[in-house]
Design a protein around this ligand. Structure first.
Ligand SMILES: CC(C)(COP(=O)(O)OP(=O)(O)OC[C@H]1O[C@@H](n2cnc3c(N)ncnc32)[C@H](O)[C@@H]1OP(=O)(O)O)[C@@H](O)C(=O)NCCC(=O)NCCS
Length: 165
């Protein structure tokens, strides 16, 4: 699978080309499918109005990977709350679409958009138990900057991670 927006060659060669996944900005009608991905992947439920209001803050920072039928199969929701910094608030790919390069395409496109906005750094938080995501972020140059004790609602600790752009 190679995403249309994934222009940079991947280390290890190109991915197989299988149905085109398109990256685009969030639309309010994406909420039900994004909420489903969030419930499954992040074990969280948010009101629909949250996605819509966050999308208004920085529309280019809320990226959706859409199937050929325009159904969201992954997304990355970034915000800018601190000067010169982007923060990834939510990032997930539908279980059946993982390990095909969609997460990478979302992350690379997000870096491009953050640079276009002249941001200098990207931060995020991740559960200490989420080895898959931590490995993914490490591959993208993120390093742990802080341990966030009982950061999650179930009491789990989080890592804050960051990388310069
Ligand atoms: C983290 C997450 C978004 C990554 O999405 P993804 O679409 O699977 O990401 P990619 O496919 O680009 O990369 C995943 C791995 O598959 C590998 N990969 C990608 N395409 C591949 C292919 N065609 N063949 C083999 N491996 C491939 C990548 O190299 C990467 O390996 P690595 O992490 O060991 O470096 C996804 O695992 C997810 O949604 N997890 C649950 C939610 C979550 O934890 N979110 C983060 C919260 S902070």
């Amino acid at each position: 699978m190679r995403c249309i927006a994934d222009t940079a060659p991947r280390p290890g060669g190109p991915l197989p080309t299988w149905p085109a996944i398109r990256l685009r900005e969030f639309r309010p009608r994406d909420v039900p499918l994004i909420a489903q991905i969030v419930a499954d992947a992040l074990r969280e439920h948010y009101d629909a109005s949250l996605y819509v209001s966050l999308s208004q803050q920085w529309p280019e920072g809320f990226l959706v990977a859409a199937s050929p039928l325009d159904r969201p199969v992954g997304f990355l929701l970034g915000v800018t709350q601190v000067e010169h910094e982007a923060r990834i608030l939510m990032f997930a790919v539908d279980r059946d679409h993982r390990v095909q390069g969609i997460g990478s395409a979302l992350m690379e496109a997000f870096f491009e958009r953050s640079r276009a906005r002249r941001l200098r750094r990207v931060t995020l938080e991740v559960r200490v138990s989420n080895a898959t995501a931590i490995r993914f972020y490490t591959r993208y140059g993120f390093g742990v900057t802080d341990l966030l004790r009982a950061y999650y609602s179930d009491g789990e600790n989080g890592y804050q991670m960051a990388r310069d752009l």
